[in-house]
Design a protein around this ligand. Structure first.
Ligand SMILES: *Cc1c(COP(=O)(O)O)cnc(C)c1O
Length: 372
């Protein structure tokens, strides 16, 4: 079976994790700090605050904006469900907006259509690694949280996604390009916000446990506010540091494979594949294709047929408003979201995918769509 994704990990990651274990420092410590600095530098952010997942990073970001009961936060329904759930964690209401058919991302128009006087923020997702047109949202005058779970190494107007973001949340789940097993990062531009974010991930402590131990003498910490345990471990950060060193090679390889998919897939009539928007480049975290309007075969049947041929594809990006967890949740019409979620599928793309396997995927897809 050709998997849809396989993380690129080697002996270096195993050794780095072992070194962290041998050092005796396994909770958040010096490796977490080093990973934060290296990651922030790579994505052009002023400060990195490592956390346990992108989901907890999103929760912290909204908490930092003081989002609470009675507030509304605009999110795309077309996203992993954690994007919307983070709003509910704050007791606020996620308000679903539709997306661009081309990129799968929110647009200033779709957001403006759902803004009310209770709107407190927008969570802008760089879906599947395709950068959102961040600057186009400035006119809305609303705080923006970037859900960059998938976007490590994607670019926007020639700079890394994340450069200049006031709050951006990143994921290191194995389904993403870089992995620490589980893990996430919040990047922040304001130094005072970064101080508070560090405190919020660690029970609201005035002095981090790592600084207390490193300091030697007796330091009594205070708990300044009700907060969370969203820490990353030094074992995870050790792996993350090695993974970060692979990022450029991972993206180069994914883009090479994506270009090859583009030329192979051209023979399937009407099939549309994700590609770079005019203003940036995607890291091809998810290589999705949209079936043509007149493809006689239903998307789920295409997935079944691919599986029967040894190709593990996945449905396209989910639509949160269609899940039971959001049953009865009011929303505007979301026609593009519903079309993309029902007509798209994600093809296998990972560092060690071979040309032969890629040919096999495209042959299987051509057959599955009855396009031959
Ligand atoms: C994967 C993903 C998340 C959740 O990331 P975790 O690190 O697993 O919490 C959030 N948003 C988007 C867009 C994602 O793709």
């Amino acid at each position: 079976m050709i998997p849809v994704m396989r993380p690129l990990m080697g002996e270096e990651e195993a050794l780095a994790a072992a070194e962290a274990v041998r050092s005796g420092w396994v909770a958040q410590g010096p490796r977490v700090r080093a990973f934060e600095e290296a990651f922030a530098l790579r994505v052009g952010a002023a400060h990195g605050v490592a956390v346990s997942s992108c989901t907890t990073a999103l929760h912290l970001a909204l908490h930092l904006l003081d989002v609470g009961p009675g507030d509304e936060v605009v999110v795309p329904s077309l996203s992993f469900i954690a994007t919307a759930n983070a709003v509910r964690y704050c007791g606020a209401t996620p308000v679903f907006a539709d997306v661009s058919a081309e990129t799968g991302n929110l647009t200033a128009e779709t957001v403006a259509a759902v803004v009310t006087d209770r709107t407190r923020a927008v969570v802008l997702v760089h879906q599947g690694g395709v950068p959102a047109d961040v600057k186009s949202f400035e006119g809305l005058g609303l705080p923006i949280v970037e859900d960059a779970a998938c976007a490590a190494g994607s670019t926007y107007h020639g700079s890394p996604v994340g450069l200049g973001a006031s709050l951006a949340a990143w994921s290191f789940h194995p389904r993403k390009l870089l992995t620490t097993g589980e893990g996430g990062m919040l990047t922040v531009d304001d130094p005072e916000v970064a101080v508070r974010a560090r405190r919020l991930r660690e029970h609201g402590m005035s002095v981090s446990a790592a600084d207390r131990h490193a300091g030697g003498g007796v330091v009594l910490e205070e708990y300044l506010e009700t907060a969370f345990n969203y820490r990353m471990t030094d074992i995870q950060a050790a792996v993350g540091l090695v993974q970060l060193g692979r990022l450029d090679a991972i993206i180069a390889r994914r883009r090479e494979l994506a270009a090859r998919y583009h030329s192979l897939l051209a023979r399937i009539p009407g099939l549309r594949a994700v590609s770079d928007p005019a203003y940036g480049t995607t890291n091809y975290q998810s290589f999705w294709v949209e079936l043509s309007e007149d493809c006689p075969v239903d998307r789920n049947e295409v997935l079944n047929r691919l599986a029967a041929k040894g190709v593990s594809a996945r449905r396209g990006i989910m639509a949160s408003h269609l899940e039971p967890a959001y049953a009865g949740h009011p929303h505007v019409a979301l026609p593009v979201t519903e079309r993309l979620t029902s007509r798209t599928l994600i093809l296998p793309l990972f560092h060690e995918l071979t040309a032969e396997e890629q040919d096999q995927v495209v042959d299987a897809l051509e057959l599955a769509c009855d396009a031959r």
